[in-house]
Design a protein around this ligand. Sequence first.
Ligand SMILES: Nc1ncnc2c1ncn2[C@@H]1O[C@H](COP(=O)(O)OP(=O)(O)OP(=O)(O)O)[C@@H](O)[C@H]1O
Length: 237
Amino acid sequence: MNSVLSIKNLKKYYGKIKAVDGITFELYPGEVVGLIGPNGAGKSTTLKTIMGLLRKTEGEIKVCGYDYKDKEARKKLSYIPEIPDIYPMLTVWEHMKFIALAYNLDNWEKEALRYLEAYDLLDKKDELGANLSKGMRQKVMVICGLLYKPEVMLFDEPFVGLDPKAIRELKDTIRELKKEGKSVLLSTHMLDSVQNLGDRVLILKAGKLIYEGTLEEVMEKAGPNGTLEDLFLEVTK
Ligand SMILES: Nc1ncnc2c1ncn2[C@@H]1O[C@H](COP(=O)(O)OP(=O)(O)OP(=O)(O)O)[C@@H](O)[C@H]1O
């Protein structure tokens, strides 16, 4: 099976700081992969570099076989940042319209309404971005990221700041994406969510990939009654 995301020897240095220091991994269709690691391990930098928001120092990034800077690659990727960054002077609905225009979407309205309802945002449809709470902004970003049906979704700490119902909704959304054969790279400190949703785990520390394994391998390594948290603490100590 061809990978939808292929990262080879990726490096991102900020001056002397080796935030990402030569990591290699692939993501396959229908996979949910947890990208975990201690604070400062390089998770956000990895995601931002894949998105082209930061210039890589070295390495190769391919999305569905295209170089990550190619227009085709951009259509197949979406990224939900840790800090939601939406347009203050556009309404929630205008954000969706903007995405529909940018990605040439037809008949997107019904789906947008379905997501707004699922994420309890229907009553904020005509509210300006500036007037939304942090969690609401995050939900708008999630919906915008879903609307154009990318092959790979990159989530940076998606559960922080969401209310319990929205967390449940987002977990269901990730499961739906997986069923549709889409792939998710999930960077989070919430290890139980990776244990519940993930197929595979990548553990980063100081810019290096120090562990890679399927959830089954993780559970085997963690031993009886062991958890991903146990393995994480063991390999990162
Ligand atoms: N803009 C920047 N300039 C210089 N150094 C940076 C910058 N952004 C991040 N770093 C450094 O790069 C390293 C990786 O940071 P990054 O934010 O990618 O880690 P992270 O794994 O996402 O951490 P956290 O779990 O705390 O969010 C850290 O040493 C951090 O101090």
